[in-house]
Design a protein around this ligand. Sequence first.
Ligand code: NAD
Length: 355
Amino acid sequence: MTVFSAKEFDNHEEVLFFHDEKSGLKAIIAVHDTTLGPALGGTRMWDYKNEEDAIADVLRLSRGMTYKSSLAGVNIGGGKSVIIANPRKDKTTELFEAFGRAVHHLGGTYIAAEDVGTSVKDLEIARRMTPYIAGIREGNCGDPSPATAWGVFHGLKAAVLFRFKKDSLAGLKVAVQGLGHVGYALCELLAEAGAELIVTDTNDAAVAKAVQKLGAKAVGIDRIYNQNVDIFAPCALGAILNDDTIGRLTAKVVAGSANNQLAEDRHAGDLMKRGILYAPDYAVNAGGIIVISHEGPDFDREKAMRQVSGIYGTCLHIFERAERENVTTAEIADRIALERLEKVRAEKEQLALAS
Ligand code: NAD
C-alpha cells in the first residue's frame, strides 16, 4: 500500500490516519492544499473493499476540493475525510464523537462537513468535540446539499444553452443517477422547470418518491446509461464516465453533482470526441462550498445563493474557452483553478519575503 507514491497523492500537505479502538473508528483525513485557506471538505462514510481504495478515494476527493474552491473563487483550501464503515449499519454516537476528536486534533487546518454516507445529524455529534465542523447549524448555512443542487441546476442550464442553444429546460429529457440529498433536490428543480425525468437509485424508497411526487420514470441501476435522453446527470458516486459507459450515452450534455465523474482524465477527450458537452464536476457542484464560505455571524443566504447562481457564468466561460482552444472542458477548468492557486501562492511568497 502506498501513499507518497500513489498516483492520487499530488503533493498533499498532510494525510492522517485515525483509529479509536472503543468506537471502532477508522478514519483518514487528507489535507491537499491550504494556500487559499483552511482545508474544507466533506466526510465520506463508505464500506470500502480495502484500505487502498479508501486512501485513493480520500486523496482524489481532497485534491478535487482544492480545485473546486479555487475555481469557485472562495478562500478555502482542499481537504476531505473518509470513515471506513458501513453507513447503514455502523453509525454510533461514540464513532462520530471519536471522529470529532480526530478533526479537532488538526486544530482547524481541516474543517469537516457532510458527504456521501454522513448526514447533518452525524456531524452535529462530531461538533460536540470540535468547532471545526461546517454546514450544520440551522439559521446559518445548514445542510449544503440544496445549494449544491441549485448550483448544478445552473451549470446544467448553461450547458443546455451552449449545446442546444436553448434557454429553457421544458421538454428536455434528463437521466438522473442517484436521488440522495443533492440528486433529489436537483430533480425537484428540473421537474419545476418542465424537464422529463428518468431516474435510478439503489434506494427503492427514493425512487418511489421521485416517481410519485415528480412524475419520474424509474429504470434499473445499469440501464441509466442507455436512456434516450438529452442530459445525463450523475449524482451518486464517481468514475461513472468510463470505457464501458461513455459509448452507451445518447445524452449530449453531462452535468451532475457527483465528484470525480471521469474514471481517468482521458475520458474527457472521449466525451469531446463523441460531441458530448461535459460540465466539469467540480465546477457545477461548488454550490455547497460557496454557501459554506459565507458562514459566520453575518450569514446572508440570499447573497450566498446569488454567488452560487454564478456557476452559470463560470460554466459558460469554461465551455467557450474550451471551444476556442479546442481542448476539453475538464482541461480548461483545471487551468483556471491552477492559475488562481499559483497567483495566490506567488502573492503569499512575496509577502513572506517582504516581512
Ligand atoms: P447521498 O449519499 O445523499 O446520495 C447518494 C445517492 O446515490 C443515494 O441515494 C444512494 O442510494 C445512491 N446510489 C449509490 N450508489 C448508486 C448507484 N450505483 N446507482 C444509483 N444510485 C446510487 O449523497 P449526496 O450528498 O446527494 O451527494 C451525491 C454526490 O454529489 C456525491 O458524489 C457527492 O460527493 C457529491 N457532492 C455532494 C455535495 C453536497 O452538498 N451534498 C457537494 C458536492 C458534491
